[in-house]
Design a protein around this ligand. Structure first.
Ligand SMILES: [Zn+2]
Length: 443
């Protein structure tokens, strides 16, 4: 296994520097394999592909042929999740995990050992890229409800109030050349802050919302820690939040982007020109009305997982909106596809009175920079009706509410009513979605 892992690592590092032409060749080979395996082993895909005429006899001749295959929606996965797992390849199983569908139902996900090997290589590639070295202390803080990770008991129970070393375990017993304690947080800010302070880590990998709480807590006590880098993950965040974290910790800010269904999709560019997709691990498409968008444009992300034939995700519409970077060569030297930012879930976008969509991140940035909000949620209930939920100690003043109302009225181009309430502890600790909408276009 060591030799295999070493090969996977070497390939991963080589791939991050190869030319666009070599990359396209590599993607074509990987796509062809994953599509053929899905066709042979998963009846669900065989039925879907049968309707894509250019695929007769796997006549998959170029990367462009991928676009003849239907897009896999989240609702397809909710309805057919189990049928997407190949029983023929079940002996390649590495682990099961799960994610929550739009309806709130749990969807079982199956990952092969090959997937885990490449995921580990991607994790190491990202860490080295951020400047982490094997002798650095890297602490990752995960919510107690997170899926199985090294550091939990083998039977999946969480070791609450403890942190443990994932070295030399890595992912599924694979060696990870980093000393990477995993702090399984039970969302006790005081305790997390105490552990971080005593460990004095070089890097912290965590949700930005939690890092902000810990940083503010330490600051209020006149304490601080100064890791070299903070790796923000698992949530979208505003520029205001990133700047505050920079100020609180004095660290360089990095961010990664991934999804439960397909794994680590990309890492921030070291020249801070956006994020590069792991195009040797996933095949990303950024589409508007199902057509690829150009540089600087905004579109929906559709991904194909290249290393999990056990449960293939082929042309999967994740539901996230991303903004493409300029089309220029990146000063960091990477040729991997680059986006400027992730704008959040399409379902969260607000709608104004002219039925135009408004990015929730733009509204969140305003609310955080102008009103100083941090642990809040602003929900659009109707075009002109909003609900602001905060923690009791962040309840807005009447004048702050008035400013919010005025801002929303100019953005929504209509009269706006803002109601207020408090967040429940569960909402407080769940993955941060600061601004979202319950208004759908069909209305
Ligand atoms: Zn770059």
């Amino acid at each position: 296994m060591l030799v295999e892992d070493a090969k996977t690592y070497i390939e991963a590092f080589r791939n991050s520097r190869i030319s666009r032409e070599e990359l396209r060749e590599l993607q074509y080979k990987k796509l062809r394999r994953v599509i053929a395996l899905a066709y042979q082993n998963v009846p669900f895909y065989r039925r879907r592909f049968a309707r894509a005429s250019t695929l007769e006899g796997f006549g998959f001749r170029s990367l462009e042929d991928l676009r003849t295959l239907p897009i896999l929606e989240r609702s397809d996965v909710e309805r057919n999740g189990e049928a997407m797992i190949s029983q023929n390849l079940i002996n390649t199983l590495g682990s099961y995990s799960s994610t929550t569908g739009t309806s709130g139902a749990r969807i079982r996900l199956a990952f092969s050992r090959e997937y885990h090997a490449v995921t580990t290589a991607m994790t190491v590639r990202h860490l080295l890229h951020y400047g982490a070295r094997p002798w650095h202390r890297i602490v990752s803080i995960w919510p107690p409800t997170s899926y199985w990770r090294p550091g939990q008991d083998r039977d999946g129970r969480l070791k609450r109030d403890t942190f443990s070393l994932s070295f030399p375990l890595g992912v599924l017993g694979r060696p990870l050349p980093f000393l990477k304690p995993l702090l399984s947080s039970n969302w006790d800010v005081e305790r997390d802050a105490e552990v971080l302070r005593s460990m004095n880590p070089d890097f912290v990998i965590c949700r930005p919302s939690n890092l902000r709480r810990i940083g503010r807590f330490l600051k209020a006590r006149g304490e601080s820690i100064h890791p070299r880098g903070l790796v923000l993950t698992n949530e979208v965040f505003t520029q205001t939040c990133a700047r505050e974290l920079e100020g609180l910790y004095g660290s360089e800010i990095f961010w990664g982007y991934g999804a439960a269904e397909v794994g680590p999709m990309g890492a921030v560019c070291t020249a801070h020109r956006g994020l590069h997709f792991n195009e040797d691990f996933i095949f990303p498409e950024v589409l508007k009305d199902d057509e690829p968008v150009g540089p600087g444009e905004t579109g929906e992300l559709v991904v194909t997982s290249l290393h999990n034939p056990l449960m293939p995700f082929i042309r999967y519409r994740l539901g996230d909106v991303v903004e493409m970077a300029d089309g220029e060569a990146c000063p960091c030297g990477s040729n991997l596809m680059r986006i400027r930012k992730v704008l959040g879930r399409k379902a969260d976008w607000l709608m104004n009175s002219r039925r135009e969509q408004v990015s929730p991140l733009t509204v969140a940035d305003w609310a955080e920079s102008s009103l100083g909000l941090a642990d809040y949620q602003l929900i659009q209930l109707d075009v002109g009706r909003f609900l602001l939920k905060t923690s009791p100690d962040e309840a807005p003043s009447p004048s702050a509410l008035q400013r919010l109302k005025q801002y929303l009225e100019s953005t929504m181009e209509t009269d706006v009513v803002v109601e207020t309430s408090y967040r429940t502890p569960d909402e407080f600790w769940s993955k941060s979605r600061p601004v979202l909408s319950r208004v759908t276009l069909s209305r």
